[in-house]
Design a protein around this ligand. Sequence first.
Ligand SMILES: Cc1ncc(COP(=O)(O)O)c(C=O)c1O
Length: 398
Amino acid sequence: MTIRYVGDEEMAAVQQVVESQQLWRGLAGNFVLRFEGEFGKYVDRKYVYALNSGTSANEAALAGCGIEPGDEVICPPCSFIASSLSVVALGAVPVFADVDPRTLLITAEEIEKKITNRTRAVVVVHLFGQSAEMDSILDVARRHRLFVVEDCAQAYDAYYKGKMVGSLGHVACYSLQQSKHITCGEGGIVVTDDPEIYQRVVLYSNCGMPWYQYGLEAPKPANGTRGHFAFGHNYRMSELQGAVALAQLAKIGEFNARRQHLVRIIEEELRDVPGIELAHANPETRANYWAYPLRLNKEETGLTAREVSELCQKEGVAVGYYNEINYLEEVFQEMERRRHTSLGCPLPPYVRYRKGTCPNAEEAGSRLIPLNTHHGVTPEEVRRASKAIRAVIEGRAC
Ligand SMILES: Cc1ncc(COP(=O)(O)O)c(C=O)c1O
């Protein structure tokens, strides 16, 4: 059972797009433009560009920072793979820095260990809707002149010292894929306060054409040419996506309240289970969980997260386990064997994608159960999943 979360408002907006006969944003689109305006107010950023996916947004954000072939970009190993493969897509080299085992978030200390004279940027993924420790990360970045890209695909409405994540680094990217806090099926967003980053993001996502908003002047095409000024893909968002995204943004408060209710159920059900640790709550941050990161003490329970997941599945309850260590995926193993990235950029000898590269990530990841807190999930489902985990750990049938 799912609670309906795409409804009449989205339907009416899509109908308006169809009636307008303007399905692409072009220069005359209305919905994507309005969505960008509203999203800018929401995250308190000056420049917003909407795209066709979060993966495109990751890539465009890095292009916005001027990342070039051969540059190194420091990434966390624990994330959906787009946060590191977007580096590869720009011809650059992802360098993985280890995480805080309590949260699986990248830390300033681990970033600093990986900086070389080729490092240009760091991607900070606010995993599961938790905020990374931003003051220390921004400090390292300032000292080493690095760009900070915040990946907020899983972190809408999460806060660090009272400021919304996505408003702290040089640029931030978001996803609007189905599982996210708001959705239009597929979609992405880049936000920044820097007009130069914004302009590079537009060029990269619009086949090199400077369709700038915000009163920014575009250069004039040379006589008789169409005006492609740089390398770029077509990563534009369509008006159909924009219409749905705009309607969803108006509902984000309601969706987040539902998610928070689900989190309270999880914490109530699992608070006193021996061998289970609730999500680590850093008092300087406020999480808005995309999924709830439950941690298992293997020594106490004698079970890995994967084993708990399999035992729950046997009882007919869908509970997953964490398995998103990017560099262990075959695509990185292939780069490790060939000693160059998928786009042919040589890997310096100190860049390794072998098992053991980030021990905290591997060890803490094996203890982690991400519980579904999507606003479309019912409280009963979440209670059932929590009770199943409790029963499995206590060694009895659900
Ligand atoms: C942390 C993170 N970054 C990037 C992405 C990429 O987004 P998309 O699936 O919209 O391409 C996702 C989506 O799953 C994500 O979770």
